[in-house]
Ligand binder design. Structure first.
Ligand code: IPE
Ligand code: IPE
Ligand code: MG
Length: 254
């Protein structure tokens, strides 16, 4: 069976893909199981998509794993997710290392239970010198939380005389966001048929191409990833310019 992978233009891969991994709960319900069963199977998709991105040579993959708002879910689900997180990190760090993957975490990690923070820190330390795929886990993350934090820090630096208000530009703001080390995502994928951003990278997605699929996250596999990238490669990214400008076509004289 030929793979969509053969159709990809390897010269025009997005260097940063961001994914809202949605639909674990509905997937589980469709199987007559509880929500945690869905999250458990979602981990297999994480594993395969991380591997798929690393194989292609994508430089950055940001995965929305847990939002600030997700803390309001039933306590059993939150606890189950934290345990799954710790268990997964423990099991997967060696494989990530073998594949030269560097891990980053963005989000309000102070909210995480201590045992989860410790496990994460150990994994971050183990993988810190790797130079391949940058895997960015958004954990207890929300864009509004991040923007509020950035504004507080900018205000504090202005007050301390480290920053002049007239100097603030788009680069300054980027430097105060948790994503300061990463280029903006070029492709954002959301699974499971919801057409919304749900407080994810609101500032950074300004010019991302958005791709929505009905596939539930636990069913998302490499072919689905390739399909999204192919779709991305068929788009014309104009950044506010005209199609003629982007394609270097001569201006029509009237
Ligand atoms: C995404 O799946 C995973 C998390 C938000 C942690 P959901 O748990 O949101 O699944 P649905 O949307 O209820 O199907
Ligand atoms: C977004 O999914 C958060 C994550 C995938 C981690 P949600 O399922 O929480 O989003 P809403 O509630 O449908 O907007
Ligand atoms: Mg959901």
């Amino acid at each position: 069976m030929s793979s969509l992978r053969d159709k990809l233009d390897m010269e025009r891969l997005p260097q940063h893909i961001a994914i809202i991994m949605d639909g674990n709960g509905r997937w589980a319900k469709e199987q007559g199981q509880d929500r945690l069963y869905g999250h458990f199977h979602g981990v297999e998709s994480v594993r395969t998509i991380v591997e798929g991105c690393a194989e292609l040579g994508v430089k950055y993959l940001t995965l929305y794993a847990f939002s600030t708002e997700n803390w309001d879910r039933p306590i059993e689900e939150v606890t189950g997710l934290m345990e799954l997180l710790v268990d997964t990190i423990r099991k997967e760090t060696a494989t990530l290392h073998k594949n030269n993957i560097k891990l980053h975490v963005i989000g309000d990690t102070n909210m995480l239970p201590e045992y989860a923070r410790n496990e994460l820190q150990a994994s971050l330390d183990d993988l810190k010198d790797n130079t391949g795929l940058n895997l960015v886990m958004a954990l207890s993350y929300s864009s509004r939380w991040e923007i509020v934090n950035a504004i507080k820090n900018i205000a504090a630096d202005v007050k301390a005389g480290k920053l002049e208000p007239f100097e603030i530009d788009q680069d300054t703001i980027k430097d105060y966001l948790t994503t300061r080390e990463f280029p903006d995502p070029e492709l954002m994928i959301r699974t499971s048929g919801e057409y919304r951003i749900s407080n994810f990278l609101l500032y950074q997605l300004a010019y991302a191409e958005l791709y929505f699929t009905n596939v539930r996250w636990p069913d998302f596999r490499k072919e689905n990833l390739y399909e999204a990238i192919l779709d991305f490669q068929g788009r014309e990214r104009r950044f506010g310019k005209t199609g003629e400008q982007v394609n270097n076509e001569p201006l029509k004289q009237s």
